[in-house]
Design a protein around this ligand. Structure first.
Ligand SMILES: Cc1cc2nc3c(=O)[nH]c(=O)nc-3n(C[C@H](O)[C@H](O)[C@H](O)COP(=O)(O)O)c2cc1C
Ligand SMILES: Cc1ncc(COP(=O)(O)O)c(CN)c1O
Length: 216
């Protein structure tokens, strides 16, 4: 299938300079923060959404979207149910790949690396920043498990809401929490005309990082 892109094809704003290795002189984090800000400024919905890739017990890839809830020198953070498919897969093969795709600004970032659960304190702090409804939802849902109907799901939410009552703090659901991906490889992609895109990849070797340009 060919989709009409208009006369320009995928290309960033023409006044924007070419991505180059120099922009990674302070490492992956400042540039990633800048691009995330660019996505926010461009008004992209859910700019922190990223496609998370894991592998299942057959070595087959599985992808789904999660929201990035933290960026730090340690890595990229998201929150989920540890007993979901992704949670179980990461427990078995603790390695993940995440991709942010920002089509309107012709940018993409992929981060790969080992994935680990965060401390209970980090989860607790994030959990309590979530709206009450989302916390109840996390309690009501056995994420990734089948359920017979929507009605049963709605009943499960009512049930937990009644159980906790209105004035009580909703505690962190067991087996729910943060997962931190510790970057080993980070690739920045900037769309350019004629499919001659800019790709700069930075890779960690022990505590040393290398930077290289890849062909589009
Ligand atoms: C924009 C968007 C953001 C999402 N963010 C999360 C998230 O942060 N955590 C999460 O567990 N699920 C999130 N989901 C739902 C997941 O994509 C997925 O359906 C769910 O986590 C179950 O995945 P699994 O069965 O592979 O474990 C999000 C979905 C969308 C479309
Ligand atoms: C099931 C689920 N869990 C967690 C999240 C993360 O976002 P939040 O903590 O803001 O609800 C999402 C976001 N769509 C979600 O769908």
């Amino acid at each position: 299938m060919r989709v009409g892109y208009g006369h320009q094809g995928i290309a960033g704003p023409s006044e924007e300079s070419d991505l180059d290795a120099e922009q990674l002189k302070d490492g992956w984090l400042p540039l990633m923060r800048r691009w995330l800000e660019d996505a926010v400024e461009a008004g992209i919905p859910e700019p922190n959404a990223m496609t998370l890739g894991t592998v299942d017990e057959h070595g087959h890839p599985c992808t789904r979207t999660v929201l990035c809830k933290g960026l730090s020198p340690a890595g990229v953070l998201f929150f989920t149910n540890y007993e979901s498919d992704k949670g179980r897969q990461l427990a078995a093969v603790p390695y993940a790949s995440v991709t942010f795709t920002w089509v309107p600004i012709a940018k993409q970032i992929t981060v790969r690396g080992p994935a680990e659960r965060v401390s209970a304190e980090v989860t607790d702090e994030y959990w309590h920043s979530r709206p009450r409804g989302s916390r109840l939802g996390a309690w009501a849902s056995e994420q990734s498990r089948p359920i017979r109907s929507r009605a049963e799901l709605d009943a499960a939410l009512l049930h937990v809401a009644e159980r906790f009552g209105v004035d009580v703090d909703i505690p962190v659901r067991p087996n729910w929490g943060g997962i931190l991906i510790r970057p080993e490889v980070v690739e920045f992609w900037q769309g350019r005309a004629n499919r001659m895109h800019n790709r700069i990849r930075t890779s960690r070797h022990g505590d040393r990082w290398t930077v290289e340009r890849l062909q589009p």
